[in-house]
Design a protein around this ligand. Structure first.
Ligand SMILES: [Zn+2]
Length: 393
């Protein structure tokens, strides 16, 4: 059965053939969805007939957000840590270890319920594709179960056994890397598409990080990387040479790092929710964009450093704090996220793409950033079906 959605005052397609720059804007637009994909896109006056019609009454519509970086499989929260940090209390390390301990102690049902609840929260704010990482189990069994739970919620599962060395390996990180690249990888690879590693002082060094990425590649997983969040990193160029899809955080990049990214197929994924929640310096998106780097925006949703599921909140931060224009921010949160996941079928509104469409209670996409903190998402279609709306809860 086909569905015609019309009355779209401004449609963002991310198909530059429509004009209006990379967003590919169509005024007074309509789309037809059928069998889960867009069957037709264009001016409403030229729309073909369909079995059913919905008129959105002059609203703007955008591709569903692609949140390409999240950590949703965990138990408990760390609100006391956040409150202390925002009260300028002395920082007490070990926060992630408290999440690891609670995650290990939680039942499968508890972890799955929490993760599903967060995905539902994402849907309500317009996210239609999400990547989910493991990384709070840090044993073979706990990481495999986190990947399996994530796999019930998304196709984009990332094995992040190398998030941090667990307490029992605190004095021998090399031994932990052997575990991650050996039995843990074997147990997790069947559930995952990606492998990720946190390359930072206090987590894993460049040599250990590259060993993890290489082992993942040999097991058939694509590479992603957390790097340059807290300080400069030597891992950027070798990681690009390994072909990682995305390097995430990218706050402390050298000029050489930026040039290497611009010359590569690797996306720089920026996560301004993390800087907001930790009062750290924001990355400079303007510098990356001006150099020609492909930029994605994601939430980094996790209980310690960015407990938000809201892409609109990250868009507002990106425009205010990262130097992005509203158009650049929206592209980065949709087509940019798709590039970071090496997906062609999401993050854009064009024939044969997955019919993921978000209708806004606003006349243009810029209202997402112009009206920060205001929930403007009114309808969310996933694969052509209405997944959420303000009236159908
Ligand atoms: Zn992260």
């Amino acid at each position: 059965m086909s569905l015609l959605i019309r009355g779209i005052r401004e449609l963002v397609t991310n198909d530059p053939a429509w004009g209006g720059g990379p967003l590919g804007l169509v005024a007074d637009a309509a789309v037809v969805v059928e069998d889960g994909v867009f069957a037709w896109v264009g001016p409403a006056g030229q729309a073909p007939p369909a079995d059913a019609v919905v008129d959105v009454g002059g609203a703007a519509a955008i591709p569903g957000f692609v949140d390409s970086h999240s950590h949703l499989v965990f138990a408990g929260d760390r609100v006391e840590e956040f409150t202390a940090r925002m009260s300028s209390a002395p920082y007490r390390p070990g926060g992630i270890r408290s999440t690891v301990a609670r995650t290990r102690a939680a039942s499968d049902a508890e972890l799955a319920g929490r993760a599903a609840g967060l995905v539902a929260e994402m849907t309500r704010s317009g996210t239609t594709t999400v990547e989910i990482k493991s990384g709070y189990g840090l044993t073979v069994g706990d990481e495999a179960r986190a990947c399996a739970i994530a796999g019930r919620l998304t196709d984009e599962v990332t094995f992040l056994g190398a998030h941090v060395a667990p307490p029992e390996y605190a004095d021998d990180r090399d031994a932990y890397v052997d575990l991650v690249t050996g039995p843990m990888l074997q147990a997790c690879a069947p559930h995952a598409r990606w492998i990720d590693v946190f390359c930072e002082i206090g987590a894993f060094d460049a040599e250990q990080s590259l060993a993890v990425l290489k082992a993942g590649g040999q097991a058939g997983l694509g590479g992603r990387l957390h790097a340059a969040q807290l300080g400069p990193s030597a891992v950027i160029r070798p990681a690009i040479e390994l072909g990682v899809a995305s390097i995430d955080h990218c706050t402390f990049l050298s000029g050489r790092d930026v040039a290497d990214l611009a010359d590569s197929g690797t996306v720089a994924t920026l996560l301004p929710g993390a800087e907001f929640c930790t009062r750290q310096p924001y990355p400079d998106a303007r510098r990356l964009l001006d150099a020609g780097v492909t930029v994605a925006l994601a939430t980094d949703c996790n209980p310690g450093t960015s407990y938000t599921t809201s892409m609109p909140f990250c868009l507002a931060l990106a425009v205010r704090e990262l130097g992005m224009t509203p158009a650049e921010a929206l592209w980065a949160a949709t087509a940019g996220g798709a590039a970071a996941l090496r997906r062609q079928d999401v993050g854009r509104v064009r024939v044969a793409a997955r019919a993921d469409l978000v209708v806004l209670d606003a006349p243009s996409h810029a209202h997402l950033m112009y009206r920060p903190g205001v929930d403007l998402v009114s309808h969310v279609y996933v694969k052509g079906s209405l997944k959420w709306s303000r009236s159908v809860k």
